[in-house]
Write a protein that binds this ligand. Sequence first.
Ligand code: DMJ
Length: 493
Amino acid sequence: MTAFSLPPPLPERAGGSGEEARAGSTRRRVLTGAGVAASSLVLGVAASGRQPASADARLAAEVHAEFLHGWRGYQAAAWGYDEVRPLSGTPHDFFAPGRTFGLSIVEALDTLFLMEENLEAARCCDWIEHHLDPVQDASVQVFEAVIRLVGGVLAGYQATGRRPLLQRARELGDRLLPAFTASPTGLPYTHVNLRTGAVHGDVATLAEIGSNAMEFGLLSRLTGDPRYYEASVRAYRAAVSRRSALDLLGTSLHVETGRWADTTAVAPNAPVDSFYEYLYMAGAQFRDRTLGSWYRTLNAAVLRHQAVRVGGRLWFRTVDFRSGRPSGVGTCQQQLGSFYAGLLARSGTPEQGADYFDSWTAVLDRHPVLPESVDCATLAPVDRGGLLRPEYANAAFDLWRATGLDRYRQAAYRWFTAMRERQRVPGGYTTLGDVTAPPGSPNAYGDLTPGYWFAENLKYLWLMFSATPRFDYRAGLLSTEGKALVGLRQRWV
Ligand code: DMJ
């Protein structure tokens, strides 16, 4: 397989001159196609997993049963479609109206493998091999297609070794690449038509810019084709080089000019959340010191300028990225940001990770399940929706792996029982319109099992309680969509 090179260190900020020339002269490292680091350079960040303390067969069985309940609901009402609406028993197209990618099948595949549901996982592989069309006339959001489809198919390939899956992931990657290569700055357009290659969406958020390095890096590693990872790193470089003197980033960038489209630093909330996650995680995955260095620089700035104590609890305020002064949106905090508690623990600041996790546990103390967003001064909901988000369980899993403390498993189990109590319906699991509305009231329910529910929510619980031999707890790495991109242990066909 061909070798490909990894990128040079931290770029200058915007306005610095000669960045590319300097970058070209710095030391490069090489990964072989088989993924062996050929350089002796050592990464400053590393996977921080532990072996599982002990299995709890009873709790693992509960988790397994609930996953299958949701899975059967999808199979019965929406097999072959992207998602299921479990109350109405109808399918939902996630990417484009009238187009399906069998999203929930792709999302569920490696979870089924980890749960030793071999026949179900094989059915998923069969569907992907025979029905997933990567050249549909559909304009898809690149970020979602990468983390959900490319990541899901790659995880399936790693679990099974079935070569057509790798081929399918490669086809998808090739069809998504124009979003990066058509851009004059390297910042990806947000959408691409898989058939025509036409791109659109010229303002990209940080999550859309960076949340591809794990999947594209793995695709480069498995195929020996460097283009995917190089596109990811170029996009990261384009964003990081535009950081402010405070080492803070705004929220979104104009793809064609490279100018900031706003001035607010909102980390770790959406829509920048996984930009930071992937700097750290891809840095660990590929032993890429450049990404690790960017993560440390940017994350230190977030902790320095955005961390704030409200009522004794740790939260992150929105600030102007140039001045560091608090900006606009007051005290609103998104549940999506709660993953960051785990990332902080993994990346060397476990005290802040624990504190931030406890802040979200305080929110869970107040509500039946976590609302989409809260006012951190009062913990009252701002957005009352309950979208079956996995981020709190993701954080519990990461904190448990990083610290070994059982309290995180207990917190995750409590979160699981709340979800089971409120969001389980005969057709599976559903979103809520208002987490505070009593069950049965008009606003209580939404009608969707999001694809990510199959990839994430119960996988974290299963990994915590099953001690499955199919996952390497020490070295395994999960993507932002919960795909086990590193550490799936057993191949079977
Ligand atoms: C998932 O699609 C991914 O975790 C993504 O990074 C943002 N969050 C959703 C689930 O809430």
